[in-house]
Design a binder for this molecule. Structure first.
Ligand SMILES: Nc1ncnc2c1ncn2[C@@H]1O[C@H](COP(=O)(O)OP(=O)(O)OP(=O)(O)O)[C@@H](O)[C@H]1O
Length: 659
């Protein structure tokens, strides 16, 4: 084991400039006689409109619900049949995506007696499986909870301290560089929760589907019932029946990868949860374990340009959600009275030289020794066996897609193409030109659901939509392999029929043929189409109906956060955000099992605000600001600010986020 450079954690006080408007989250919250209220108070935060909320019980929001005044414009490609939206399963749009962690998934690494390998595999994106002749890429990869070697794992003193703090009912922030065992502690805590609380009293949440799978939990968006929020009203969806009840019953929430959860998101959610629970305390008194490293991937903030556009369409600009700031910049953070535990012992890598290189890169530093150390990885990887396929990491989706397509081409067999169906619904109150705006929306270019999906038997795939029904064991991020194409009928919720006529150019494409996928948890599913939507504040809704699969020989760095990879090929040429190079490199266990392409010192960047948070106790770092202005951090170190992301960065990040 090797100890990383010691980062002293900051405990700081942070107040707003006197001229900074106090966000509504800080305005006095309404008080409630009891927590049994069934709807948000009319005085609820930021112009809550109770009529709209009533409607949103049945639709994603009032603006989305087709009404007689709503114009629906449907563009049907290639004579595809458009499924009637009213026939879509209502549950699919509203019901919670609940991935109940099985006990075995939560089993820690100490050889717990009830380990159930099958169920554990269900939650992993990286566990090796062999399906007929098709090997799932990443066979060499393991996440710690599913370490095939099993065996005992003794927590070090700080890890044990974190578990104890949770047992002592404290709110805990568990941090430290990559590979220091934060997730291992998290799983110990989940095991404790499962033994101590009833199932509805605890939850594990993460910002992305892949991470959620790895901890056997669900995304924070799906648990909250708010989807990907674009305005305050979306957060108010947490009031909807089942969700409201879930929030009220909760006693402890475990949050993974906090670096990707924005301060603004936490504050908006916190405000609603306090009201739902009728307790004016952080998350209405729910105990929290927050895990993560702020020097890893940051939240995906809206660009200033997009924020400005969205604000044009709303009465109160403060209601537009920009996903700004790190979690430590939230009001919630300051009030939660978190006990910070900083892990420093790196377990993932054994070589102290590699640990030192990574430690510098985490802080945005490179230097000659690090450069020459990494230069030795710019050679083809030698693999111990033909069966082992290294995981390939790229920064951008475009590179991932190219790599996946070239793998697809190498497979024998017919290509089956699945064309998406797009349509738009303008909001009843939208200004003229709304439909055109919707058709030109970035959603249709950026959404992870491809316009034309090509598949073959043997293709490595990833599910890109949660299964909100059935056994709820498959989620956005579940990995599998296409085992055949069939005309058997798919099951809900992925059962929108594929009825696209044969194209001239593609001999393999037939009507009513569905891909059958064997997932890593052993489940086999026939997949029809599913609905992907994006609501544009004040304008309406963009909808794509597509087969919810994506090729997955290669994955993005964003998808890899939290993983431990035995054999990995990394191409850093497309790095577009801070910490991306660090996250990619720190996945590798050993430099001998890492092939590195296109490394350059200029790609290594750390966020100055996150560095300041760790390095300077007692500094003031401003909170996210709900006004147009992106406030500068009031720190005593030079050039520390929260730069808003560029449009390019937001676009790329969203590409990752929507996966
Ligand atoms: N106490 C321990 N003893 C032995 N190995 C450990 C211990 N804690 C963690 N590990 C191992 O270290 C590796 C990294 O652990 P883990 O994924 O929990 O780190 P992390 O801090 O969550 O990393 P990241 O920030 O990259 O998500 C895993 O292989 C895990 O099994």
């Amino acid at each position: 084991m090797t100890t990383a450079e010691d980062d002293s954690i900051a405990s700081f006080s942070s107040d707003l400039d006197s001229d900074t408007a106090v966000p509504a989250a800080k305005q006095p919250l309404p008080t409630f006689a009891s927590t049994n209220s069934q709807s948000p108070p009319s005085t609820c935060w930021q112009h809550y409109d109770s009529n709209r909320a009533r409607e949103s019980r049945y639709t994603t929001s009032a603006s989305e619900k087709p009404t007689t005044q709503t114009s629906v414009n449907v563009k049907i490609e290639n004579n595809a049949t458009l499924p009637n939206r009213t026939h879509l399963d209502e549950n699919e749009r509203q019901s919670p995506t609940t991935v109940t962690p099985s006990m075995s998934q939560l089993d820690d690494d100490d050889g717990g007696s009830n380990h159930d390998a099958g169920a554990a595999v269900a939650a992993s994106t990286t566990v090796p499986i062999r399906i007929q002749q098709h090997n799932v890429t990443g066979a060499s990869v393991h996440t710690p909870e599913y370490n095939p070697s099993g065996g005992g794992m003794k927590l070090n003193a700080k890890q044990a301290q974190a578990v104890q703090a949770i047992k002592d009912k404290k709110n805990v922030f568990l941090t430290g560089p990559a590979g220091t065992g934060k997730s291992v502690v998290l799983r110990k805590v989940l095991k404790y929760c499962s033994e101590t609380y009833r199932p509805n009293q605890w939850v594990a949440v993460a910002p992305t589907g892949v991470t959620a799978i790895a901890i056997g939990g669900q995304t924070i968006h799906s648990f909250a019932g708010i989807g990907i929020p674009s305005e305050q009203e979306d957060f108010n969806k947490a009031w909807q029946g089942e969700k409201r009840q879930a929030w009220r019953e909760l006693k402890i929430m475990v949050m993974e990868e906090i670096s990707m959860i924005a301060g603004e998101f936490l504050d908006r959610l916190d405000s609603v949860v306090r009201q739902i629970r009728g307790v004016d305390a952080p998350f209405g008194g729910i105990q929290v374990l927050i895990c993560g490293d702020f020097l890893q991937l940051p939240p995906i903030a809206e660009s200033i340009e997009n924020m400005a556009k969205m604000r044009e369409f709303v009465n109160d600009p403060g209601t537009v959600h920009g996903n700004r700031g790190f979690a430590f910049q939230s009001y919630f953070w300051k009030e939660a009275n978190l006990e910070t535990i900083h892990l420093t012992e790196v377990f993932r890598q054994d070589n102290p030289q590699f640990v030192n290189v990574l430690s510098r890169i985490r802080r945005g530093l490179v230097g000659e020794p690090a450069k020459s150390f990494l230069a030795q990885c710019a050679r083809p990887l030698t693999l111990p066996s033909k069966d082992i396929e290294p995981t390939r990491l790229y920064s951008k989706n475009v590179d991932v897609n190219r790599e996946n397509m070239s793998e697809l081409v190498r497979l024998d067999g017919d290509t089956h193409q699945f064309k998406a169906i797009d349509h738009v619904i303008a909001a009843s109150f939208a200004k003229p030109g709304a439909e055109e705006k919707l058709w030109n929306s970035e959603f249709f270019r950026q959404t992870v659901a491809e316009d034309l999906l090509r598949l073959k038997v043997g293709a490595q795939v990833m599910l890109i939509k949660n299964d909100t029904l059935n056994r709820r064991t498959l989620v956005n991020g579940s990995r599998g392999v296409v085992v055949e194409f069939t005309n058997e009928q798919p099951e809900p919720p992925f059962n929108i029929p594929i009825s696209i006529p044969k194209s001239n150019s593609d001999q393999a494409r037939k009507e009513g043929i569905y891909p059958k996928v064997k997932f890593q948890n052993g489940e086999t599913r026939i997949l029809g189409m599913a609905e992907f939507t994006s609501r544009i504040v004040g304008v309406g809704q963009c909808i794509r109906i597509a087969v919810p699969l994506k090729l997955a020989w290669a994955i993005t760095v964003h998808k890899s956060q939290g993983m431990t990879l035995d054999y990995v090929k990394i191409d850093l040429s497309g790095v577009f955000c801070k910490a991306q190079a660090y996250v990619a490199l720190s996945r590798a266990k050993d430099e001998k099992c890492l092939e590195l392409r296109n490394f350059s010192s200029r790609l290594v960047k750390a966020d100055a605000c996150a560095l300041a948070f760790y390095d300077h106790p007692n500094i003031e770092i401003n909170k996210w600001d709900h006004r147009e202005k992106w406030t500068r951090a009031k720190v005593k170190v030079e050039s520390v600010n929260n730069e808003p992301p560029s449009q390019e960065e937001t676009k790329e990040s969203k590409n990752q986020a929507w996966v």
